[in-house]
Write a protein that binds this ligand. Structure first.
Ligand SMILES: Nc1ncnc2c1ncn2[C@@H]1O[C@H](COP(=O)(O)OP(=O)(O)OP(=O)(O)O)[C@@H](O)[C@H]1O
Ligand SMILES: [Mg+2]
Length: 227
């Protein structure tokens, strides 16, 4: 088994049959010991965070499969904290697609002059470049097309998939009285060229609240998988 990439929260291995294996780690993103799903640095290590992330990711990917959403998911091994997935090619060096239902995080840091914290946003989709050096800058549909990263047609596909997936996740969370503020997704292309959802869907890539109080990734996984 060859390690292809050592990430902030997961390591990526290539299996003999060509599939990839994602190893979930106990590292979570944040700043100065405070969890922040939008952060670009490992903020802390939380025992059980890897397990929790994999459990929730598995639950959500299984739900998406039932809804016929194309994803990279093949299988999970909770004891090994690993997930077997279909390999995908990134758009450029990778994009993140965010869907916002309420104003928080980087949206507020950028648009705070015009938006209030927690203000309702109507499934607002935005794309950012995965570029740690430049702090993951937001990028427009036109810039993506001009720079040869993503065509206009593919942008629309990505946007619609993001809304469909985020709405499904939002609905699942709402069943447990949890409100989704925002969520970050990643997509890639499989070897047939289809756009598929990749990476993970866990507490580490979303902001959620219950009774107005933020819920951390481990608590979220507990609520969703046991309550
Ligand atoms: N099916 C897939 N095919 C190829 N790459 C994938 C797939 N699923 C996830 N990845 C990539 O594997 C990596 C997982 O590692 P991790 O999430 O720790 O990365 P990271 O350190 O957060 O860095 P990044 O900023 O690239 O996400 C990510 O770069 C993600 O894009
Ligand atoms: Mg990541």
């Amino acid at each position: 088994m060859k390690r292809l990439y050592e990430g902030k929260t997961k390591d990526v291995y290539e299996l003999d049959n060509g599939n990839y294996l994602l190893k979930f780690k106990d590292d979570v993103t944040g700043d100065a010991g405070v969890f922040d799903p939008g952060a670009n640095t490992v903020g802390m290590t939380l025992e059980g965070a890897g397990q929790a992330g994999l459990k929730l990711t598995t639950l959500f990917f299984e739900i998406l499969k039932e809804r016929n959403i194309p994803t990279h998911f093949i299988a999970s091994d909770l004891d090994e904290t690993t997930m077997t997935v279909i390999p995908a090619d990134a758009f450029g060096d990778g994009l993140e697609v965010i869907c916002r239902y309420r104003a928080a995080g980087s949206f507020l840091r950028r648009y705070g002059k015009y938006a209030e914290e927690g203000q309702e946003l109507d499934k607002f989709v935005e794309v950012t470049l995965k570029d740690d050096e430049r702090n993951d800058p937001p990028i427009s549909r036109d810039a993506l097309s001009m720079l040869g990263i993503l065509s206009g047609g593919d942008y629309e596909t990505l946007k619609q998939l993001t809304i469909d997936i985020s709405d499904i996740i939002k609905e699942e969370l709402a069943r447990k009285n949890i409100e989704l503020y925002d969520i970050k997704l990643e997509f890639g292309r499989d070897k047939e060229g289809n756009i598929i959802l990749i990476d993970e869907i866990s507490g580490g890539n979303m902001r959620v609240c219950r009774d107005g109080k933020a819920i951390d990734p481990i608590e979220l996984a507990n609520i969703m998988t046991t309550e």
